[in-house]
Design a protein around this ligand. Structure first.
Ligand code: ZN
Ligand code: ZN
Ligand code: ZN
Length: 485
């Protein structure tokens, strides 16, 4: 009997999908999830699409993907991307704890007051009337400067400052003349200031260094592990731990302040995650690691322990995950600014921040603020639509935003939906056109948002590639342009 080759597929494939094209394959849950999240980010109006339209939209983007509508629906539900009752969604903000923060400079508190407003809640309030665009405070330094993970390779060969990551254009002659190089390795610094503050360099980077608390070769392995797995938060926790441990003058302050900051275990944060990768919303700015690979966290903790011999007597793997969660909760563009991190969120914020050229953060009033008013920043890009904003807040900070702006926008969305439902019930035709028009109006109204001039201060990056750039809006590194349809 002649043998016949037959393709067997274990996935649930619609009959209609059987005619597959060359190179067709069944995408993983992760791929589907991440692409849906990416699509919603690129085209906010597609969040209103029903499953079947969403399915064909994703199919349009990936002609070779084989997956059914049923599969799509099931995956979206599993990943908190589709739900019928939002009160049933997992939130964790009520489990976040915080302590009174020590060592905040009086200079920073000239115009603001840091007050406890609940057992684990703190807020910043205006101490006096503030005018629009007035500077509220200027944190010259973060908790401790963290060289961006992606700059570590450049820094190792002397092409970026070892502390602040600024790309270096100075001549080697200038560097040597000013003593900005390291005698033991290829590292260089952009300024005397950066060299002075890089207090952990020799212990972390010179394999021959003899320090009981740190193994330089262990650290270099840990750093590489973080780089290979895009674990910005783990790497940053390592730097913070090293400075707290080794910096004789600043160490105690760094330790106590980091201890005080709001905290939650990363394990709980992962429960609220909706996607895992580029285009997703969960820890997108600090590099979300694959959530399917749970062992990666254990391996990163083991590697952390090898960098700091004996640390496991002080920090267990649960504490480590809390440090990771804490860093993600408080970080702003990869750094922790102590006072800034106490600001609460509102989608219509009354303050905005700017990073200065190197390591500082300036906070400005975005509108006139009365004495006693709470200062509120935005944790997410305010130009995003209400659904995306709320999802970003849910997965990254663990709460469902119910600020005035969200409520207003949700109400008008609901109104549009019911109008649409009502009119299509009545006429029961031309649904497509109606759907389209309702979608168009439910997009965030950019002209409304931008009517106060440059209030969100979107800036085009002044340099592409390496080197720091000033940004007023975090989270979206590439805000291309806002165009009218
Ligand atoms: Zn520098
Ligand atoms: Zn060195
Ligand atoms: Zn809101």
């Amino acid at each position: 009997m002649p043998l016949k080759l037959q393709h067997l597929c274990m996935n649930d494939i619609d009959e209609t999908l059987q005619e597959s094209q060359e190179g067709a394959f069944a995408p993983t849950d992760k791929q589907i999830c991440d692409d849906v999240a990416l699509l919603w980010r690129q085209e906010p109006s597609t969040e209103d699409l029903g499953i079947s339209k969403l399915h064909s939209k994703i199919k349009d983007r990936h002609g070779n993907w084989i997956f059914s509508e049923r599969k799509l629906k099931q995956i979206l539900i599993e990943h908190n991307l589709l739900f019928t009752d939002e009160t049933k969604l997992f939130t964790y903000a009520d489990q976040v704890t915080a302590l009174e923060c020590p060592h905040i400079s009086d200079k920073h508190l000239e115009k603001v007051e840091l007050k406890r407003t609940g057992k684990n809640k703190f807020s910043l309030f205006a101490k006096k009337d503030l005018r629009r665009d007035e500077i509220v405070f200027y944190e010259h330094e973060p908790l401790t400067p963290i060289l961006p993970l992606e700059k570590t390779s450049l820094a190792a060969v002397g092409r970026a400052c070892s502390l602040c990551g600024q790309s270096l254009t100075q001549s080697s002659q200038f560097t040597m003349k000013n003593g900005l190089d390291c005698r033991m390795c290829s590292a260089v610094w952009c300024s005397k200031h950066c060299k002075k503050f890089d207090t952990t360099h020799s212990v972390l980077k010179h394999p021959m260094s003899r320090n009981k608390q740190v193994s330089a070769s262990g650290w270099l392995t840990f750093e590489q592990f973080c780089k290979d797995n895009v674990m910005h938060a783990a790497y940053s926790v390592g730097i913070i731990h090293a400075r707290a441990l080794l910096d004789k003058s600043e160490g105690p302050r760094i330790k106590e302040q980091f201890e005080a900051l709001r905290q939650i275990s990363q394990i709980l944060r992962i429960r609220a995650a909706d996607s895992t990768n580029i285009g997703g919303t969960f820890d997108a700015t600090t590099g979300a690691v694959s959530l399917e690979d749970k062992s990666i966290w254990n391996r990163s903790f083991d590697s952390f322990c090898k960098a700091f011999p004996g640390v496991e007597n002080e920090i267990d793997s649960n504490d480590y995950m809390t440090h990771i969660g804490k860093f993600n909760l408080n970080q702003c563009e990869g750094q922790v600014f102590t006072l800034y991190s106490y600001l609460n969120h509102n989608c219509e914020p009354n303050v905005r921040y700017e990073l200065d050229g190197k390591t500082g953060l300036k906070l400005f009033a975005r509108k006139d603020i009365k004495k006693g008013e709470e200062l509120l920043t935005t944790y997410v890009n305010p130009l995003h639509g209400v659904t995306l904003r709320r999802r970003e807040l849910l997965v990254n900070w663990g709460f469902l935003c119910s600020c005035e702006r969200c409520n207003k926008e949700l109400a008008s969305r609901e109104k549009l939906k019911s109008q649409h439902l009502f009119s299509s019930e009545k006429t029961n035709n031309n649904t497509k056109a109606r759907r389209k028009s309702s979608m168009k109006t439910s997009k965030p109204d950019l002209s409304e948002l931008l009517k106060n001039g440059q209030e969100f201060n979107l800036e085009v990056p002044d340099e592409i590639g390496f080197g720091r750039r000033r940004k007023s809006v975090r989270f979206d590194d590439c805000v291309v342009a806002a165009v009218e349809e």
